[in-house]
Write a protein that binds this ligand. Sequence first.
Ligand SMILES: [Zn+2]
Length: 197
Amino acid sequence: MTYKVITKKDYPKFFIVLEKILKKSNIETPRMKLEKDDKHFNVKSSMIPFSNSITYTSRAWKIFNDKERIAVALHEIGHINSKFRILIYLSFFILFLLTSIISFYFSLSVFFTILLFLVFLRFPFMAIISYISQVYEFKADKFSKEKYNKKYLKSAIKKTLNEKFHPNLRIIYLLLVKPFCIHPSIKERIYKLDLDC
Ligand SMILES: [Zn+2]
């Protein structure tokens, strides 16, 4: 997918407000990227250390208004500023270490080592990742709420649900996707946003 880096020149309203909010907390504005993708509705922050960036797909960028773009950017900056990534890297490291120890102890062949890694350790590992992700998703929401009016994040979250899952597909989402989703539900997120803690 091709992307372009967007700047204050392209979207002054968005950048001026966001930079002002971040300046108060001494946080540098990450690089903002727009991915040419009119199919997927996504906003993500980079997982690469020391290369902070936030990427919006062109579809998400178009559907959000300026205030929602800011609220969502703050949510992603909440992720960047958290220990989320370190915990994910650490979990990966532990997983590798554990596989190597078991493989060495039982003198497993390469095939069984890979199988062990993929099948046996993947599930408990994914459960841990899923739990960590949920905790940090709420933390990122909280970060956005502390810095900007929460009503914009709320409307952005609602738009995300509508865009990602057509009403007719919502039942499929609830039955098949949600139980395996690493993100908490939209309802849970909105409920927590309304709690004044
Ligand atoms: Zn998030």
